[in-house]
Write a new protein. Structure first.
Length: 183
């Protein structure tokens, strides 16, 4: 959805056009070619975004803050790479970073109609408290079923959407947990 895509300069758009943002490839050779081709434009793009503070703060926290990565492993998403001895620039050129880069650039990977429906149900994010998370979580579960989404994957995307909408971390985590329970 355009609303949640970050604004890019012309030079950054040119760099993005050189990056293979697919999450899977037909075979190992295709994946390896994408890995080799992606390294230079990804690093240049991230340097440009960093220079101008072009990444929204909630997306930086999503990447760097341990509190934004609930679960058994107590590390930020970046820390997860570091725990596996992937350090420095290698983190950002690693094929598993692509899913994080997609969020940084594009926002949550959910259908536009679903996003609009959920945002309408939420209303003004400034008025949402933790007590609102239960009915919003139920609505999110309904949307997951309606759109035939896989609950675990959708829960992470709803978490991202909630952060981008400006909901608090506690509300976003509650909705994420609720969506995981969708059947």
């Amino acid at each position: 959805m355009e609303k949640y895509r970050i604004a890019l300069t012309e030079a950054e758009e040119a760099l993005v056009s050189k990056i293979d943002l697919r999450l899977s490839h037909r075979n190992h050779d295709e994946a390896h070619a994408a890995y080799n081709a992606n390294a230079e434009p990804i690093l240049a793009l991230l340097a440009s975004l960093s220079e101008r503070d072009g990444v929204p703060p909630q997306r930086i926290r999503y990447w760097n803050d341990i509190e934004y990565n609930p679960g058994r492993v107590k590390a930020s998403r970046k820390g997860g790479f570091e725990r596996n001895n992937c350090l420095g620039e290698d983190i950002y050129t690693h094929p598993h970073f692509i899913k994080h880069l997609r969020y940084i650039l594009l926002g949550a990977d959910l259908p536009e109609a679903l996003i609009l429906d959920f945002a309408k149900q939420a209303g003004n994010p400034e008025w949402i408290t933790l007590s609102d998370a239960i009915p919003l979580g139920k609505h999110a579960r309904k949307l997951v079923r309606q759109y035939g989404l896989e609950a675990h994957q959708a829960s992470e995307e709803f978490f991202k959407l909630c952060l981008d909408m400006g909901l608090s971390l506690s509300v976003a985590l509650s909705i994420m947990k609720s969506v995981k329970q969708a059947r």
